[in-house]
Design a protein around this ligand. Structure first.
Ligand SMILES: *Cc1c(COP(=O)(O)O)cnc(C)c1O
Length: 333
């Protein structure tokens, strides 16, 4: 069966590099949403804990239940708040703030310019009044950057807005934690001073900053492997797979391997096939559970760097790894 290798050494290497940026490993909150960007939630949470991280971020309560014993606090970005001493809930609107149970730990998400969700800057006073009046369990305030990976002033005006937010919250007499940095912001900064950074893609080994930035080298954690199902001889002119898109240019030995778009490998365009990590083009169309390669090895590495695959499919590394289905076996090496 196709499986995923998780390279622990590379993961720890990335966490070390990021800890140097944040000043301390306890300031790194591992973003483990969406099955840890496809890497495997429980496997990555256990490794993060082993390294000594204390903080995590997920989307849902369903996710948090699988890893709750491992962290001092887990921020839940999008689910219904309730009280738990080690879970904090993102609150992204005044309506949600009015409805939140009194003792639930909350972190206000402030919209400093991304305009996806969050409390608007001109709603902040109102939000703080509600918190004060209802005596809510106000634990943190955060924002998210829309273009931390771009060489423009956008990041800096968002940061400036967030500084004003901090002042306003402090002026109200609240003492809460503050966080705004994602991977790109942390990788480009030279002066990190917030309470935590919410780091996703970088812990998995991808530095998505454009080449102009001074690059922290990171190492991809995940590789996708498939096993040989059967081999056959193709005679020149014989065609392979659905539609027969690949035509053997000569007699050749090919094998079928047990991975396909059903596992989350992109089907793409058979006229421009993906080249595997070992340099083999996929022959013809990707099936739901199988691909064909000119190889007779028992096991092949499909990819070990999602950035290369992303370039091929004209997307981002996030989408390539997150597409990998949870039912693929994850093996930590
Ligand atoms: C996904 C997410 C992150 C992590 O972003 P990366 O670019 O992967 O580091 C941080 N904060 C929030 C709110 C997110 O949704």
């Amino acid at each position: 069966m196709a499986y995923i290798k998780i390279n622990k050494e590379n993961f720890f290497y990335n966490l070390k590099q990021l800890s140097l940026k944040s000043g301390d490993k306890t300031k790194i909150a591992a973003v483990l949403k969406d099955n840890a960007y496809g890497h495997g939630l429980e496997e990555m949470a256990a490794l993060a804990f082993e390294f000594g991280l204390k903080e995590a971020v997920v989307i849902s309560i369903k996710e948090v239940k699988k890893i709750e014993h491992l962290f001092e606090n887990i921020l839940i970005l999008h689910d219904t708040p309730f009280y738990h001493p080690r879970f904090s809930f993102a609150i992204t609107s005044l309506e949600a703030l009015k409805a939140v149970p009194k003792n639930a730990k909350i972190e206000l998400k402030i919209d400093t310019g991304m305009h996806r969700n969050g409390i608007a800057l001109d709603e902040l006073t109102k939000a703080l009044e509600i918190i004060k009046k209802r005596e809510l369990n106000f634990f943190g305030a955060f924002t998210h950057f829309k273009s931390a990976d771009e060489l423009s002033s956008e990041l800096f005006w968002q940061m400036k807005n967030f500084e004003k937010v901090k002042e306003q919250i402090k002026a109200f007499g609240f003492r809460v934690r503050f966080h705004s940095f994602n991977s790109a912001a942390l990788l480009r900064t030279k002066s990190f001073s917030e309470d935590i950074a919410r780091v996703g893609i970088a812990i998995y080994g991808y530095n998505e900053l454009p080449p102009l930035f001074e690059k922290t080298k990171l190492k991809p954690v995940l590789s996708l492997w498939a096993k040989r199902v059967s081999s056959r001889k193709l005679y020149k002119g014989q065609r392979v797979g659905y539609g027969g898109d690949f035509i053997a240019p000569r007699d050749m030995i090919v094998s079928t391997y047990d991975v396909g778009y059903g596992h989350g490998l992109f089907r793409g365009n058979s006229k421009k096939p993906l080249i595997t990590a070992e340099g083999l083009p996929i022959l013809g169309r990707v099936s739901m559970d199988f691909i064909t390669l000119e190889s007779s090895k028992d096991e092949v590495c499909i990819f070990n760097n999602a950035q290369i695959v992303a370039k091929h499919f004209n997307t981002i590394s996030y989408e390539i790894t997150t597409a990998l289905k949870p039912n693929i076996k994850r093996v930590v090496i």
